[in-house]
Design a binder for this molecule. Structure first.
Ligand code: NAP
Length: 329
């Protein structure tokens, strides 16, 4: 495992963080608590010390699972928890809400769910266009000053939105999507983060499983699984993405004795992100973790990967389908 310190904080975190959205069940076709807890323990045993969750993941379920997993292993003091605020829900419908009252209630619920008196990293999940960003920053800054959080993050914010937020308080980490198939941040957020010493903790390293090498055109998704509405998982695009995965897998094997999953996560780490979020919900999914380390992608490899992507994906599409709506007035 590789570790780094988040600038402006005393958090020394693993460069792979475990994502627990799928463990909450919501938008992933259901949850299995025992498997989820075993997955968290498997990741910790392999050197991961940063776990990412959110109140909206299963409407409290993911946070509760993280709280139970750490309590069972008695390791809260050795693990960094990252959670979020600013997404509200009613009758199963999720919407943005950064009103100070909601944030305070939502964060109090997170502490209870997680069985802790502080979280290490608190993100605003999505920018709320109906609340001044500066005001939201002030609320999180209060939590920071009170020792209830140790670092502030924003997720899915543009550079301009981050600058507005910074007028009300500090930001240490940003959490945008980033993987071989979703590279939008290279145009603006990535250079902005480098220039301003903000750590990039990017989500979706496996592009919702597409880069695991295990997805086939025949795979079916259960219940409310978001891949039913993900444009990358629908034809004609699915065939293009699967063709890319096949060539990337061959390249990883020939050049590095690794598979496409290792290549996909390594690429995120070697291409500008400080921390890559990897989501899982079964302990066996953590088995490839050690093989992400001990090698690097050099310039010729990065170039060859770009060529594969250019040749195979003619109609790229981003992760915009996941954006939740603003509050109805
Ligand atoms: N801030 C935000 O707005 C935001 C948005 C999205 C995600 N996130 C965070 O980032 C985390 C990661 O993102 P993500 O979960 O969307 O995507 P991801 O890491 O790209 O993909 C996760 C999915 O890939 C599959 N997978 C994982 N390991 C595997 C393995 N070894 N072999 C085969 N398949 C494997 C699993 O799906 P199956 O179990 O179905 O096979 C898993 O649920 C989330 O859990 C969450 O913490 C944040």
């Amino acid at each position: 495992m590789e570790y780094l310190r988040i600038p402006g904080t005393d958090l020394e975190v693993s460069r792979i963080a475990l994502g627990t959205w799928a463990m909450g069940g919501w938008m992933w076709g259901g949850t299995d608590e025992q498997q989820a807890i075993a997955t968290i323990h498997a990741a910790l045993d392999k050197g991961v010390n940063l776990i990412d969750t959110a109140p909206v993941y299963g409407f409290g379920v993911s946070e509760q699972i993280v709280g139970k997993a750490l309590a069972q292993k008695k390791c809260r003091d050795r693990v960094f928890i990252s959670t979020k605020t600013g997404l509200d829900w009613k009758d199963g419908q999720v919407f943005r809400n950064c009103s100070p009252d909601f944030i305070k209630r939502n964060f109090a619920d997170s502490l209870k769910n997680l069985q802790t008196d502080h979280v290490d990293l608190l993100f605003v999940h999505w920018p709320d266009p109906l609340e001044p960003f500066e005001e939201t920053a002030r609320v999180l800054h209060q939590f920071l000053k009170a020792g209830q959080i140790r670092a502030v993050g924003v997720s899915n914010y543009s550079p301009e939105q981050i600058q507005a937020f910074q007028r009300g308080g500090p930001v240490h980490v940003v959490q945008p999507p980033y993987n071989l198939f979703e590279r939008e941040i290279e145009a603006d957020l990535m250079p902005f983060s480098k220039k301003n010493h903000l750590a990039l903790m990017t989500y979706g390293a496996l592009c919702r499983g597409l880069l695991s090498g295990q997805v086939t055109a025949a795979r079916e998704y259960q219940g409310d699984d978001l891949r039913k509405i993900d444009p990358k998982f629908k034809e004609p695009r699915l065939s293009e993405y699967l063709a890319a995965v096949k060539l990337l897998d061959q390249f990883a094997w020939q050049r590095f004795d690794r598979r496409v999953l290792h290549l996909g996560v390594r690429w995120v780490l070697d291409h500008g992100a400080e921390i890559a979020l990897w989501g899982g919900r079964r302990p066996d999914q953590m088995e490839p973790l050690p093989e992400i380390f001990g090698w690097r992608l050099d310039q010729p490899a990065l170039h060859a990967i770009d060529q594969i992507l250019q040749e195979t994906i003619k109609e790229p599409v981003g992760p915009e389908f996941m954006a939740p709506p603003a509050r109805a007035d």
